[in-house]
Ligand binder design. Structure first.
Ligand code: NI
Length: 269
């Protein structure tokens, strides 16, 4: 099985004791690329550092809505310097979180808009974190639409929102939640949306899929998410893996040879 973990946080301290083993285990479980996503300036720097150490790891840089109040002009300028580096594929994660409201909403919105502008300026796609903020996410996206594409990370809204995002050309990424017992609505959405817009992610160390729910998550568990989505779609897991890997290559403009390799293979065995 060939997989891309489109959203991981391997720079987090949760992995300090065994990061190398975790990365090795990801490779042994079919993960050919990992996109490590920043949540503030420091983790954006650390993501890039990790990406520069491992050829199959790439980075996204950005400030999470939880830390929106830390995004001043200096931080924004530093993000821009990071964003032009070769191993940086996207701006993220950015967005709005009205569940925790760790930063005031007007400040979250401003940070979101400023980072969407950064995506436009740097020609990179964006990665969106959305929690209970569908309406404002859509309004801001429509006003600031960059044309570089983007990803709705850990999609958890309803079917209507899914179609709105698809209409904007976005990809929807799904992780461990899809394996949870109470995720019937989400499985219904995965069943209905175009396969070509589905991405797989772990969001590790969080949201560990069944059968490891409750433990620390890692990219090596991505196969359980692939297997669940394959089951929902009535596909062989290998087939689902191949399609979502091609999707990830398109969404993130992953290196041309890989993109070519997966798109060229017309037949899905
Ligand atoms: Ni995340």
């Amino acid at each position: 099985m060939i997989l891309v973990d489109t959203h991981a946080h391997l720079d987090f301290t949760h992995f300090d004791g065994d990061r190398e083993e975790i990365i090795e285990r990801a490779r042994n479980n079919g993960v050919i690329y990992i996109v490590n996503v920043g949540s503030d300036l420091e983790s954006s720097r650390n993501s890039l550092e990790l990406a520069e150490e491992y050829p199959f790891i790439y980075a996204a840089v950005g400030v999470h809505p939880h830390d929106a109040d830390k995004l001043d002009d200096t931080v924004l300028k530093e993000l821009e310097e990071l964003a032009v580096r070769q191993k940086v594929l996207a701006i993220g994660e950015i967005g709005l979180d009205y569940y925790y409201d760790n930063s005031p909403r007007d400040i979250q919105k401003e940070a979101f808009q400023n980072q969407l502008k950064l995506a436009e300026k740097t020609g990179l796609p964006f990665i969106i974190h959305n929690r209970e903020a569908d309406e404002d996410i859509l309004a801001i996206l429509k006003d600031n639409y960059t044309g570089n594409g983007g990803i709705m990370h850990c999609f958890g809204s309803g079917l209507k929102m899914a179609w709105e995002c698809l209409e904007l050309g976005l990809y929807l990424a799904f992780g461990g939640v899809i394996t949870f017992k109470n995720a019937e609505e989400l499985r219904g959405i995965v069943k209905e949306i175009p396969l070509e817009r589905i991405l797989l992610e772990t969001d590790c160390p969080y949201l560990t899929p069944v059968p490891f729910r409750g433990r620390r998550n890692e990219p090596g568990y991505l196969r359980y998410i692939a297997e669940k989505i394959a089951e929902i779609r009535g596909l062989h897991p290998e087939e689902l893996a191949e399609i979502t890997t091609a999707n990830a290559a398109r969404a993130y403009n992953l290196p041309v040879e890989v993109q070519y390799q997966y798109q060229k293979r017309g037949s899905l065995k």
